[in-house]
Design a protein around this ligand. Structure first.
Ligand code: SAH
Ligand code: F3S
Length: 475
């Protein structure tokens, strides 16, 4: 890393820097897309900190601006492009400013992105977060424009062991694997994140232990396809995903455990059993179905049928009656007919998910589905999406309503958003149920006591259900 003179010659508290101290720099990262990217942004900050970088919310103050991008749908990509355009003028005021693109668009576009965007300095894929200091050296030192998007070979890929941040959240994410080996025909993730590589189980356990020791109460294990965990590792001591869950569950002081995301194919019996066996594993399962039509599922290469999926749901509910379920839906996949859309609607009505994420199909370059004609017109996609959302809206409303009068265990995360708007003299706190629903409730006696609730389990009686969250009072 090059060290140039600090314009202000001051340290974090405004004190003068000793001679030879690296100049304090500021990095501004904007994160798009999924939890993986949020986690990668944490890693970016983690690797830059020893090089004198501090995070800033203000792009105008930054010496380094990174957009951590998503390419799963076209809209996400467009958003990034317009954001880049908005940031470009900052380069006119600051010669030293490095503008970079990270994440999935970077991986996908690489060198091309440098050609398309003349004021861009740096493009690097998710495998290269650990190299960021040396990439920056090249940009700043030799004034190169750098693109680095090669994938590491599976055996050469090394996870950066995450130290807990200075201040941990009540609920934290821990990456347990990267990449995806599935072949869903619509999906770009296998191209942007590469092959599955699992993090060593001991490392996962150590990371969770450290977070818990620092105050975290809830951990979400993160991967594109977590139930394939361990398949790429060799040796008899390599746990399956269910076995890993059991190890993490045994960590003293951990209150709640979650994971995301799973492919229904691999949601097999030993994993389903975990939901009734493990103390910390929360009764919430995100199980993306994508479509209710067998023809569409086949074209999507999802490798399960509607029937097979519904059987898994039935098994889960038999094993764990109160489990909350959510899913992902794509409407307007190539060739999707009105009848096939009806099958998706009927599946939604049958399963009655607690919540869903629904998307219009977006053709992604290089995928198998991109070889098929993107045949459903935009307005039909829009109309189908609206129908899916309207149906789910009704179901969600009814499901939320059913919580009224219930008394629930809430893990308190902090002041609710309403508190910042200044709600009377009582403090509103927010937390989540084990089924992942947000609950707001007031705590008596002001700020001092409110803070003490953070990280605690509160017992809350629900008085009112809104569309996305519940309101209640301490029981
Ligand atoms: N296993 C991953 C899935 C990543 S993509 C995970 O960790 O969530 C998330 C969701 O985006 C998918 O389940 C799918 O519903 C949606 N999606 C993916 N590719 C898409 C595309 N080309 N068009 C529309 N939606 C898509
Ligand atoms: Fe994408 Fe299917 Fe993997 S949706 S992330 S290819 S499981």
């Amino acid at each position: 890393m090059t060290t140039t003179t600090n314009l202000f010659q001051t340290g974090p508290g405004g004190e003068p820097l000793a001679a030879g101290t690296p100049r304090r720099r500021f990095v501004h990262v904007q994160t798009f897309g999924c939890q993986m990217n949020v986690n990668d942004t944490d890693r970016i900050l983690q690797v830059l900190t020893p090089f004198g970088y501090a995070a800033t919310d203000d792009p105008a103050q930054a010496d380094l601006i990174l957009l951590n991008t998503c390419s799963v749908r076209d809209k996400a990509e467009q958003k990034m492009m317009s954001q880049l355009g908005r940031l470009a003028p900052l380069k006119e005021y600051n010669d030293d400013l490095v503008l970079g693109v990270a994440g999935c668009v970077a991986q996908q576009e690489g060198e091309r992105l440098l050609q398309k965007v003349p004021y861009l300095d740096l493009v690097f894929g998710p495998d290269h977060v650990g190299d960021l200091p040396s990439l920056l050296d090249r940009v700043r030192g030799s004034k190169e424009r750098v693109s680095e998007t090669t994938f590491f070979k599976r055996k050469d890929y090394a996870f950066i062991e995450a130290e807990p941040p200075a201040e941990v959240r009540v609920s934290e994410f821990v990456t347990i694997m990267k990449g995806c080996d599935k072949v869903c025909s619509f999906c770009i993730v296998p191209f942007t994140r590469g092959r599955e590589v699992s993090k060593d189980a001991d490392m996962v356990v150590r990371e969770v232990e450290r977070l818990v020791a620092a105050g975290t109460r809830e951990v979400t294990l993160l991967g594109q396809n977590v139930n394939s965990y361990g398949k790429d590792l060799r040796g008899d001591r390599v746990p399956t995903f269910a076995q890993l869950l059991r190890r993490v569950d045994a960590i003293p002081g951990l209150e709640r455990l979650r994971f995301t995301t799973s492919h229904p194919m691999d949601a097999i019996d030993d994993l389903i059993a975990c939901f009734s066996d493990l103390r910390t594993l929360c009764e919430y399962f995100h199980l993306p179905v994508q479509s209710g039509s067998d023809r569409v599922l086949r074209a999507m290469r999802r490798s399960y049928t509607r029937e097979g999926y519904l059987e898994k749901v039935a098994k889960l509910r038999a094993r764990c009656p109160g489990i909350a379920l959510s899913t992902d839906i794509i409407v307007g996949f190539p060739g999707e007919t009105d009848e096939e859309l009806e099958e998706t609607l009927s599946l939604l009505a049958e399963v009655r998910y607690d919540s869903i994420f629904a998307f219009k199909y977006s053709e992604r370059p290089g995928t198998k589905a991109a070889e098929m004609e993107d045949s459903v017109p935009e307005e039909v996609k829009r109309e189908r999406l609206a129908r899916v959302l309207a149906l789910q809206d009704e179901v969600t409303r009814a499901r939320m309503k059913a919580y009224e009068g219930e008394t629930l265990e809430v893990l308190v995360e902090g002041p609710s958003r309403m508190a910042s708007k200044g709600v009377a003299d009582r403090w509103q706190m927010m937390g989540r149920t084990r089924t992942n629903i947000i609950v707001n409730f007031p705590v008596p006696m002001g700020e001092f006591w409110a803070k003490r609730w953070i990280g605690q389990l509160a017992t809350v009686t629900v008085e009112e259900a809104k569309s996305n969250s519940l309101f209640g009072r301490l029981a």
